[in-house]
Design a protein around this ligand. Structure first.
Ligand SMILES: *Cc1c(COP(=O)(O)O)cnc(C)c1O
Length: 398
């Protein structure tokens, strides 16, 4: 049934790749992508079934392995990341878990940033050690610490940049030098920037992982994830997935494939709005400090502007006063959503110290720099002045 595939011209821009890659039309010649809600695929005869199962003949067999809707999303995301291959997963955490399980074994070691997404810290710090894979957590911003932590059994460097919620920027090029010297894989979680703002593979990373749940969907609808990189690495992750099953569903893949079509205009608009709001917040008398890589006051502003096209859409800020002052900003909002999620069309506001980082001890929070007066905003697509007015309601004027 996979009939009409047009070869795309060379050298297309990201915006064009996002809407034109992976269009495999069925015999019906639909213009929008068909959604293949099917768990299995049929064969012309017994010999073809045998050839497909053995892998002698390429083609779909069973949706835990491949499905055309999932393939479309994978091809589109690979094109955007500039990767040779991509494999989609049921969630961002499934992508990270599968990457580690497929490429490492008991006795291996990982060096990772201590500013990773909470569940990633949990996975690497608590779950993987039960299977003999240890992780040393090091500073997000100090590449020398990464180099020092490398051991003879280290196999993987893992970072996420900018970090959540303080938007600290890791130097991908510097980490790739360490990775190459010791023959390690460098994996970057590119969730916050997306390939529109940052291309880790061009900066020397070997693997990009995504929580597609965030900006790739961009409309807060479905869970998904992906691993992008060389054919060899992606094939290993694919073989792990097809046996263990954290595969992306066809429906979610179809939603995510459509999400990629508008990714560029969304992330550009959201980061332009974020820069405007960060600039306004920094000048506001009720705000003590703003964390935004697009502002010259950010400690890694110069690095961020080298490796990212803009500051992104996440702005964190400390309110003058303590937790009460921060909660007052949240509770005075009539528009912004009080939720831990990010990457939606709707602006979300969260108090990390009592939510996403609420379960760690106050001492650990202090070391991580998550103060009680800190708020994290993920800027959506509302008009900037409406977001500004909503924040202003709860910010004290002095
Ligand atoms: C949300 C998130 C994840 C996990 O993704 P899920 O799709 O929720 O499993 C991983 N990394 C980052 C940076 C995230 O924000």
């Amino acid at each position: 049934m996979m009939s009409h595939r047009k070869k795309l011209p060379e050298g297309l821009a990201l915006e064009t790749l996002a809407v034109r890659t992976g269009m495999d039309r069925s015999a019906h010649n639909e213009h929008s992508e068909a959604l293949y809600l099917t768990s299995s695929f049929v064969f012309d005869n017994a010999a073809q079934a045998a050839a497909r199962f053995s892998g002698e003949e390429a083609g779909n067999v069973y949706a835990r392995f491949t499905n055309p809707s999932v393939t479309l999303f994978e091809e589109r995301l690979a094109a955007l990341e500039g990767a040779d291959a991509c494999v989609a997963t049921a969630s961002g955490m499934a992508a990270i878990t599968s990457l580690v399980m497929a490429n490492l074994s008991a006795g291996d070691h990982i060096v990772a940033s201590s500013s990773l997404f909470g569940s990633t810290i949990q996975l690497l710090g608590t779950i993987m050690p039960r299977f003999g894979i240890e992780t040393t957590f090091v500073s997000q911003t100090n590449a020398a610490e990464w180099a020092q932590a490398v051991r003879p059994n280290t196999k993987l460097l893992f970072c996420e940049t900018p970090s959540n919620p303080l938007t600290q920027v890791a130097d991908i090029r510097a980490l790739s030098v360490i990775a190459k010297k010791h023959h390690l894989l460098l994996a970057v979680d590119n969730c916050f920037c997306t390939p529109i703002l940052q291309k880790p593979l061009e900066l020397g990373a070997d693997v990009v992982v995504h929580s597609a749940t965030k900006y790739l969907d961009g409309q807060g609808r479905v869970l998904g994830g992906a691993v992008c990189g060389s054919k060899e690495i992606v094939e290993k992750v694919f073989l792990f997935l097809r046996t263990t099953g954290p595969t992306l569903s066809a429906f979610n893949a179809w939603v995510l494939g459509k999400g990629l079509e508008t990714l560029s205009i969304r992330i550009k608009a959201q980061s332009a709005a974020a820069l405007e709001l960060a600039t306004w917040l920094e000048a506001h008398p009720g705000v003590e400090r703003v964390y935004y890589p697009g502002l010259p006051s950010h400690p890694q502003h110069a690095l961020a502007m080298q490796q990212q096209k803009s500051g992104g859409a996440i702005v964190s800020f400390e309110v003058k006063g303590g937790k009460d002052a921060a909660w007052r900003v949240i509770d005075s909002c009539q528009l912004l959503s009080i939720t831990g999620n990010l990457g939606d069309t709707r602006t979300t506001l969260t108090h990390p110290a009592s939510t996403t980082h609420g379960r760690i001890t106050p001492e650990a929070r202090a070391i991580a720099g998550i103060h009680d007066n800190l708020l994290r905003m993920a800027v959506g697509l509302e008009a900037v002045e409406d977001i500004r007015n909503d924040l202003a309601r709860g910010l004290s004027a002095s």
